[in-house]
Ligand binder design. Structure first.
Ligand code: PEP
Length: 265
């Protein structure tokens, strides 16, 4: 997907049961106006994915899995594979900091998941970000570099086109302490220059990069106005349909504003 489309992803984490999820989608579907310049992606729990896949109009919303196992099938009790998610979701979240830190997922696991997603024609949203300690020690760039190399090893230039990167500083996730837009801009420029080093200037320019970390309706525009930011990964503020719709509306405004500026209006 080209960068002219703003991506707004709602990560519900382990919230909303089947009934609440269905009600939410019903409400959001009534609120959200379809815009060609905004893609809205919902990442509910695995439990509700199948029923929501029957409820959503894929032209209005896409679905994402929050997690999956990298093997396609076999004796892996409790797991769901990317091949089983095909036809239900279009995106998968990979390397979220809660998976890295609570469930101890390594770069090797994350790399295998990126490969499994690509193999199954699902778009991986690869999350990378530094902890507060790493930031304080001035290690942000090195950490992001290692996470990029770790997640993208074995990904070809052609496959890279399917990948979305989400910059999510760990200290900003769920903390109410969102990163300053100037800092986000600087870090995302670094991410693009690391991609340039790995895949060349065209890939660096083409790759979609999102920001995530305590985004609220009030702060969404501050990030969406940044030329290097192509969308948002939203946790807490995506849990209520009206609030999430407020963010989606900002994305539409953000896209048209950017286009107007580009078009010299
Ligand atoms: C997330 O879960 O990816 C996230 C950014 O959460 P929050 O918006 O609640 O910080």
């Amino acid at each position: 997907m080209a960068r002219d489309k703003t991506l707004i992803v709602g990560n519900w984490k382990m919230n909303l049961d089947m009934h609440e999820a269905s009600l939410y989608v019903h409400q959001l579907a009534k609120l959200v106006k379809n815009h060609r310049d905004v893609e809205v992606v919902l990442a509910p729990t695995a439990l509700t994915l199948q029923s929501l896949s029957l409820q959503v109009n894929y032209r209005q919303f896409k679905l994402a899995a929050q997690n999956f196992y990298w093997r396609d099938s076999g004796a892996y009790t409790g797991e769901i594979s990317a091949s089983q998610l095909r036809g239900i979701v279009q995106y998968v979240i990979v390397g979220h900091s809660e998976r890295r830190h609570i469930f101890h997922e390594s770069d090797k696991d994350i790399r295998a998941k990126v490969q499994a997603a690509i193999r199954n024609h699902l778009r991986p949203i690869l999350c990378i970000g530094e902890t507060a300690g790493e930031r304080a020690d001035g290690e942000t760039h090195d950490v992001l570099h290692d996470q990029l190399i770790g997640g993208l090893a074995n990904v070809t230039s052609e496959e890279l086109e399917q990948i979305v990167i989400a910059y999510e500083p760990v200290w900003a996730i769920g903390s109410g302490q969102n990163a300053h837009p100037n800092d986000v801009s600087a870090v995302i420029r670094t991410i693009r220059s690391q991609i340039k080093h790995l895949y060349g200037p065209r890939a660096a320019d083409a790759i979609q990069v999102l920001y995530g970390g305590s985004v609220k309706a009030e702060s969404a525009s501050d990030y969406l106005a940044l030329p290097d930011v192509d969308g948002l990964l939203v946790g807490g503020a995506s849990l209520e349909a009206h609030t999430f719709n407020d963010i989606i509306k900002k994305a539409h405004k953000g896209s048209s504003l950017a286009k107007n500026i580009e078009g010299g209006l």
